[in-house]
Design a protein around this ligand. Structure first.
Ligand code: SF4
Length: 384
């Protein structure tokens, strides 16, 4: 039985459930009427920071500048970021994504993804003779550098990372003979005794929860352990998780926007559940918002999810008391385009001006920092 009721200036649907046997359904008097669910979304708690991080922002802009500068197709090794919508958008604009660098024709421009690539992949891309832009996030480059220098100094490296994740695969390939991937304290316990000194490094998108227990155990197992003075865990992942911890306990359900293969998205899902939220859902877009949500809904987005998807989700939720943004920190990090692409920027300014809707004549120099990556994506034209 469903009623609608005007309350507090809005209309809400109230659903009463019948309790007991089917026979009772013939008589309303036998109903133990109770409020089973109130199918109204009262408010949205919106986490901040959320969505695109500085590394993703840089990679999206860099690939956009490449497709402005070169005739299609531009090739990209691996998905530029872990978001299906973003990848599809670039495919429509003439980018071909490949998982094997050997499938790229000689002389074609290639971008290497934000997750970081194995040294042999970077070399193979260069050997093809085309223009190569490595859009690896600088924070991943830091870990590659640590692997390289520790291995050169004779260390054995305990690397905490997820099996098969592109970042972990690329990082381990820097010094495969010296690195040992683990995901848990049990993995550390299973390592052999090392005669060499031992270092510990991490995949940037681990949560503190994943990292701290393993680190503590690794320190006990290898008392002279070397670890970087600045953590490998990235600020963007940490900030999004901190914001999630603010909204999850106050939410009846939490929606985490992002792709299934996004490590930091999955960490947000796990953390929201740990924070005590009874219902946590990962969704790709507004079409996946379930119809039975009610009360206060927490919303956040992984580092690869565009901002416009966040607002499409909120529009679908249509909270009657509106949306309250919960900000834990102002994040204003900016990563400039990869160095060799900077040299190319002057050449793409005219085309970029057209993409951004301004006239190529009399234009100002392209200011990469001031351009919003989500906005740029929205304006990408499908290839005719
Ligand atoms: S999540 Fe962190 S490490 Fe990954 S691309 Fe973004 S800033 Fe870089």
């Amino acid at each position: 039985m469903a009623l609608t009721e005007a309350r507090g200036g809005y209309t809400r649907a109230i659903v009463f459930e019948a309790a007991g046997s089917p026979h009772t359904s013939s008589s309303p008097a036998n109903y133990q009427q109770r409020l089973a669910s109130v199918a109204v979304i009262e408010r949205v708690l919106l986490a901040a920071p959320r969505g695109f991080c500085a590394g993703v922002d840089m990679a999206i802009k860099a690939l956009t500048w490449m497709i402005q500068a070169f005739d299609p197709p531009v090739y990209c090794y691996h998905e530029i970021i872990h978001n299906r919508q973003v990848v599809r958008r670039f495919e429509q604009a003439g980018v071909v994504f490949v998982d094997d660098i050997a499938t790229v024709p000689e002389g074609r421009p290639i971008m290497l993804s934000a997750h970081g690539s194995a040294p042999e992949v970077v070399q193979a891309a260069r050997d093809l003779g085309g223009y190569v832009v490595d859009a690896v996030c600088p924070l991943v480059t830091k870990v590659h550098h640590e692997v390289k220098t520790r291995a050169a100094k004779g260390y054995q490296i305990v690397y905490v990372g997820h099996e098969g994740h592109e970042e972990a695969v690329g990082t381990m390939a820097v010094a495969p003979e010296a690195i040992h991937r683990v995901e848990s304290a049990r993995g550390v316990a299973a390592l052999p005794e090392f005669k060499e000194p031992v270092a510990v490094l991490a995949q940037t998108t681990l949560s503190h929860r994943e990292w701290e227990g393993v680190l503590e155990y690794t320190k006990r197992r290898f008392p002279d352990l070397w670890q970087p003075s600045i953590s490998d865990l990235c600020f963007a992942t940490t900030n999004r998780q901190t914001a999630m911890m603010e909204i999850a306990p106050a939410s009846d359900a939490v929606l985490v926007i992002g792709s299934a293969n996004s490590s930091n998205t999955q960490s947000l899902v796990d953390l929201a559940a740990e924070a005590g939220c009874r219902r946590v859902l990962r969704i790709n877009d507004a079409d996946e918002v379930p119809g039975d949500l009610s009360g206060t809904i927490g919303v956040t987005a992984g580092a690869s999810a565009p901002e416009h998807v966040v607002w499409e989700v909120i529009d679908r939720l249509a909270p009657v008391y509106g949306t309250q943004e919960v900000t834990v920190i102002d994040e204003d990090e900016y990563f400039p385009p990869p160095r060799n692409l900077r040299d190319l920027l002057a050449a793409v300014e005219a085309a970029a001006a057209v993409t951004l809707g301004s006239s190529p004549t009399g234009r100002q120099p392209l200011n990469d920092r001031s351009i919003d990556a989500s906005d740029l994506l929205d304006r990408l034209s499908p290839r005719a």
